[in-house]
Design a protein around this ligand. Structure first.
Ligand code: PLP
Length: 399
């Protein structure tokens, strides 16, 4: 089917919840993708930080093919070998001791909120249930996750929202100090806000948050759904600050493209859940966790994180250089290969022109360009992308 047939049939049969572009992507390899009309693009969206190893990485493809021929699904009534293997890999490489598997970021956050409340109720009693999250955060689209999301645009129309949520600005410790109290069961933070415009939490702030949590008996939850799995140049973004959480949620890149989410917690906190307290039919199923094992072990074995650090520097430097030439570029932000460029103008026309010239990027909010190349991107691919962006900036300046 051509792009235009996909558009007309898609509009006829698929619910209208996305502001979709008039094209279908049908094939990918590494940092490249092709649309239904055969046009090639350099993909600096990566399925929004999902395809960390690029499209169709041979190790991930092989793991999925092999597992699909063995056992696609059983049930969490039984032990699942690749699920145990993935949990072990996550535990051996993080602060955590125990893992629960879900199917998405929202579901992981939903579960983390439930775990924090259950834990607080067991240890402190029924009055300690409030979740404090940050303004401009993003935690997903289920009811509790969108309530934790500190942006009204995701909440309007879905009231009544669940109770017991409160919001403070990022990197404002006095505001948190004022809001936190005996009623607080957890503080939920993205170490790097992705959807909110690529804002990095200060390391001193996270240290302060940790201390306030300790004083008030609140748990610290990191949402690393977007910034985890090597994206920032460390396996987990919290490693930059050295401030570990009690609970961390993962999803996006964890399955190398297959739907999966995870809650990682310390042993103490994980004991908040007992048998029957939380569950998911598909959560941690053999196919998804086999893809996860292949993805995570490849990230660990093949210097993907070193490449992310090096290429992150290259990308940041090139964006900085380019930005200095144009008065409409305000600021370059981010860590590793999670980068944002804030403009003083609307980014949509720039995203559109880049696409016409064969580069996929996306905008977060109306004025931040986000760059999420695969973590195994090469310097040549970054240069090619920046050449396209430079061309688009040049015509934008003239207009
Ligand atoms: C994408 C994202 C989510 C939601 O994940 P879904 O898989 O879409 O439910 C949650 N938190 C953060 C930080 C995200 O970037």
């Amino acid at each position: 089917m051509s792009n235009s047939t996909n558009v007309s049939e898609g509009q006829q049969y698929v619910m209208n919840t996305y502001g979709r572009l008039p094209m279908a992507l049908v094939k990918g390899s590494g940092a490249k993708v092709w649309d239904a009309d055969g046009k090639e693009y350099l993909d600096f969206v990566s399925g929004i930080a999902v395809n960390a190893l690029g499209h169709c990485h041979p190790k991930v493809v092989a793991a999925i093919q092999e597992q699909a021929g063995k056992l696609i699904h059983c049930s969490n009534l039984y032990w699942i070998e690749p699920q145990i293997e993935l949990a072990k890999l996550l535990v051996e490489n993080s602060f955590g001791d125990k893992v629960f598997f879900a199917n998405s970021g929202a579901e992981a956050n939903e579960g983390a909120i439930k775990l924090a409340r259950k834990y607080a109720r067991k240890v402190y009693g029924a009055e300690k249930y409030e979740i404090i999250s940050l303004k401009h955060s993003f935690h997903g689209r289920t009811l509790a996750a969108l309530t934790a999301t500190g942006q009204a645009k995701y909440q309007v129309g879905y009231e009544p929202l669940p109770q017991g949520f409160n919001y403070v600005p990022l990197n404002d410790l006095p505001a948190l100090e004022e809001a936190i109290g005996p009623q607080t069961c957890a503080v939920l933070i993205e170490p790097v806000q992705g959807e909110g415009g690529v804002h990095v939490a200060d390391y001193a702030y996270l240290q302060g948050v940790r201390e306030l949590c300790r004083k008030s008996g609140a748990l610290l939850i990191y949402d690393e759904v977007q910034c985890g799995m090597g994206r920032t140049g460390k396996l987990f973004a919290y490693e930059h600050s050295g401030v570990a959480p009690d609970i961390m949620t993962l999803a996006k890149a964890l399955g190398g493209g297959v739907a999966i989410g995870a809650i990682v917690a310390t042993d103490t906190v994980a004991e908040g859940f007992g048998p029957g307290d939380h569950a998911s039919t598909f959560g941690g199923n053999p196919l998804a966790t086999a893809a996860g094992v292949a993805t995570l072990s490849t990230i660990l074995a093949e210097d993907i994180i070193g490449n992310t650090q090096r290429m992150g520097e290259v990308l940041a430097a090139e964006l900085q250089n380019l930005g200095q030439k144009y008065s409409f570029v305000k600021e370059q932000r981010g860590l590793g290969l999670l980068r944002g460029l804030e403009l003083s103008i609307e980014v949509k026309p720039i995203v559109d022109k880049c696409r016409e010239l064969g580069l996929l990027i996306n905008g977060v909010g109306s004025n931040v360009l986000r760059f999420l190349p695969p973590l195994n991107v090469t310097e040549t691919e970054i240069s090619a992308a920046l050449q396209i962006l430079a061309q688009v900036f040049a015509v934008t300046e003239e207009a």
